[in-house]
Design a protein around this ligand. Sequence first.
Ligand SMILES: Nc1ncnc2c1ncn2[C@@H]1O[C@H](COP(=O)(O)OP(=O)(O)OP(=O)(O)O)[C@@H](O)[C@H]1O
Length: 358
Amino acid sequence: MTTQTAASSRRAPARDAAPVITVRGLWKVFGPDPSRVPRSPELAALSRRELMARTGCTAAVREVAFDVAPGEVFVVMGLSGSGKSTLVRCLTRLVEPTAGEVVFEGEDILRADARRLRELRRRKFSMVFQHFGLLPYRRVLENVGYGLEIRGTGRAERVRRAMEVIELVGLDGYAHAYPDELSGGMQQRVGLARALAGDPDVLFFDEPFSALDPLIRRDMQNEVIRLHREVGKTMVFITHDLSEALKLGDRILIMRDGRMVQTGTGDELVGAPADDYVRDFVRDVPRADVLTLRWIMRPPRPGDVLDGPELSPDVVVRDAVRDVLAADRPVKVVADGELLGVVAAEQLLAVLAGPEPR
Ligand SMILES: Nc1ncnc2c1ncn2[C@@H]1O[C@H](COP(=O)(O)OP(=O)(O)OP(=O)(O)O)[C@@H](O)[C@H]1O
């Protein structure tokens, strides 16, 4: 498998700015009297099976907390049933959280009334689902403009904006086609265009490409990367596919049984997996495609000749191979003028040929 990471050729998220979404202590429990579960430390600590046996409840999301920065592509990943969809639906209250906090652009959305929630969903959030949810008797143009129509946008403006995003997702010439005249990949492009039409602040993707053939899927992933570069939207993306997560995500949250196991960049997950579950997930990732020099550099030693080339610690190992092998001395890893370490052929080889993650 080849794996690209999000690091290169991407718009960087504004990590220093206030988060777009802040989640704290979030729980979603299905079953009778669900709110007693997060309130009781004893129940909260039970395994999924024990909790079901004791209370008849399923804790789909347990004590989850994270921030999403403006412009970030934040991926939620985990096996089937780990709670990804429930978690992301809680963020827009398509599923009502049992406990915790969801703050969107400074507003506690768990306090929003029905009217405010409708407004947020129409103006601030957009969703792209696996099953495209297109209206079969409407043409592409009207499907794409549907959200604007609901908002009350006039016809001329609707058409103008719909044509603009239809072009943006590469569907020029198909504005007047019906959904069933399009391939799966093209229908999902319509889904993307529809999500972008209302110029939302956050796009939520729930396994949007799972039903597509691998090649089309790759095209669509590249399309998301391109769109992100062009429009710079904050995105929350659910997948169960690690290579998709690594390719798209600035950061990845790994879930298991409703809990967060680890949140980090791709190289953090591969370089320092939090436990055996994450280690298992990342076992087959080609490490040289994901790890950066930061993870493989060693401290300079007496006797090192330090007048060789310089590279940034964020360069992916695969991209450094040529420079490191061409130099007859260690390559310096330098950030802001400071020497962080050095990399020579032996460090590269340890990654290219080396053992699995610790
Ligand atoms: N409405 C519901 N009522 C009861 N249990 C539910 C409900 N929705 C989800 N669950 C349970 O919550 C857990 C998490 O489900 P969820 O769909 O969020 O997981 P997921 O990681 O998105 O899985 P998948 O990738 O299969 O969609 C599962 O055990 C599921 O059975």
